[in-house]
Write a protein that binds this ligand. Structure first.
Ligand SMILES: Nc1nc2c(c(=O)[nH]1)N[C@H]1C(S)=C(S)[C@@H](COP(=O)(O)OP(=O)(O)OC[C@H]3O[C@@H](n4cnc5c(N)ncnc54)[C@H](O)[C@@H]3O)O[C@H]1N2
Ligand code: MOO
Length: 411
């Protein structure tokens, strides 16, 4: 019989992040397909932003020293014009937003701040600061500097930045190939007929959807057979996948031979057993070039451990430069007592900055409904036994649980 490890959640996550193999293959995608993909190489600035001095306002461009004077309008400059510098003494330009500012003007005042505006002349107010409303060439981005680093997870802002550089495609890491399998004699697929003593497969499609939520595509590979030999054979066929998810059959029970079947296929386990509730039997390791993540059968345990342990690892494998759980501070909305001795994941809902444990934290890891009633997750350490109302804690939003940063801290 297998004896489970008692790694802390933090140690388990650390081990997995360190040891999960990186996806090396790359591909080029057009920017309309690049959202959520991960840059495979640094992109440098190739066009200054802005690329010419221009006006931030519809108004008048003048020499700073002429503030407070009445000036003749020498020319009107529109966006797209290529104006010459033609100012004589006592003159200014009428200028539109985004239009080039000639070198002989250095300050811009919006039209609504001026007085006595006619077609020929304008009175500029006093006290306008030198350089006001002038967007200088290169002030935002300078040619040759780094625009985006390798490992950036492309957000809408990044797509806009790449487009601003005249780029229409990006080199990103190829998507991870992910297989999902389930195990258990009692499991029937949703399209099969389940007797009273059989249960429908909730995990496989829950897992696939959870992965999709975070931008990963997975294929359902079916049920693991009930006997040892065919299981060994089936796992042996999975080596073309980068990641293999299973749910169930990984605990210490008589019928839980999944672990041995992985070992028979060359699995090098990183850990089997995490000191967390729920999720105790979770196992991860490398099998050839594949990374195996065997999750517990209990549906809630599977979903929460994928969120907490698997999603950050997938981002790392996919090439993300840094990934961590997104955490918000909150206050306990009511007292919470815990058993202690094991980290505990507690589902809850937020109301006005306060955290309310779902059903007073009285539910089992075999259930699914608590997840549907919750929007955040709090994780408490092994030493925590009581959290009085008002205690400040951190919560992870369930459906937006990761963030990407430059610093290398994970959590
Ligand atoms: N002696 C011990 N027994 C158990 C321990 C332990 O440490 N010592 N851990 C318990 C914990 S915690 C969990 S979690 C379960 C996990 O066991 P397995 O990963 O081997 O999972 P199964 O026994 O196969 O299934 C558990 C439970 O989940 C249901 N299940 C499985 N797959 C699905 C699916 N695809 N869709 C819906 N439901 C599924 C299954 O019917 C069982 O009810 O072990 C405890 N026991
Ligand atoms: O820890 Mo088990 O994973 O309670 O459900």
């Amino acid at each position: 019989m297998v004896k489970l490890d008692t790694l802390s959640l933090k140690e388990a996550l650390g081990l997995a992040l360190e040891n999960a193999p990186l996806k090396r293959e790359r591909e080029i995608v057009t920017l309309d397909r690049a959202l959520g993909r991960i840059l495979a190489q640094e992109v440098k600035v190739r066009k200054n932003l802005p690329s010419f001095d221009n006006s931030a306002m519809d108004g008048f461009a003048f020499r700073y020293g002429d503030g407070g004077k009445r000036l003749r309008i020498a020319a009107t400059i529109f966006a797209g014009d290529r104006p010459e510098a033609i100012l004589e003494e006592g003159e200014c330009y009428r200028i539109m937003t985004g239009a080039q500012v000639p070198a002989d003007a250095d300050t811009i005042v919006p039209i609504e701040k001026c007085s006595d505006v006619t077609d020929e002349a304008v009175t500029i107010p006093e006290g306008i600061k030198r350089g006001s409303n002038l967007r200088k060439r290169g002030e935002e981005l300078d040619v040759g500097t780094t625009l985006l680093e390798a490992g950036t997870v492309l957000e809408p802002s990044h797509i806009a930045l790449l487009s601003s550089q005249g780029l229409m495609a990006a080199e990103v890491t190829a998507p991870l190939r992910i297989a999902v399998l389930s195990s258990g004699d009692e499991i029937r697929e949703p399209w099969e007929e389940a007797e009273e003593d059989e249960i429908y497969n909730a995990n496989a499609f829950g897992i696939i959807a959870l992965l999709q939520r975070y931008g990963f595509a997975a294929e359902y590979h079916g049920r693991i057979p009930d006997d040892r030999e065919s299981t060994v054979a089936m796992l042996g066929e999975l080596k073309r996948y980068d990641v293999i998810f299973t749910s169930g059959g990984i605990s210490t029970g008589e019928a839980d031979f999944l672990y041995e079947a992985f070992l028979a296929n060359g699995l090098e386990p990183l850990f089997h057993g995490v000191n967390v509730k729920p999720g105790r039997p979770t196992m991860m390791g490398r099998m050839g070039r594949s990374f195996v993540m065997a999750m517990p059968g209990n549906p809630l345990a599977t979903m929460l451990n994928i969120l907490v342990l698997a999603i950050p690892v997938l981002f790392r494998m996919q090439g993300a430069r840094s990934v961590r759980h997104r955490r918000f501070s909150a206050a306990m909305g009511e007292v919470l007592k815990l058993r202690g001795g094991r980290s505990e994941m507690v589902l809850g809902r937020m109301r006005e900055g306060r955290f309310f444990p779902t059903r007073g934290n009285r539910y089992g890891s075999g259930m699914l409904t608590p997840l549907a009633e919750s929007d955040v997750l709090a994780i408490f350490g092994e030493e925590v036994r009581e959290l009085p109302e008002g205690t400040s804690i951190e919560v992870i939003p369930l459906w937006d649980a990761v963030e990407f940063r430059n610093d290398s801290q994970e959590g």
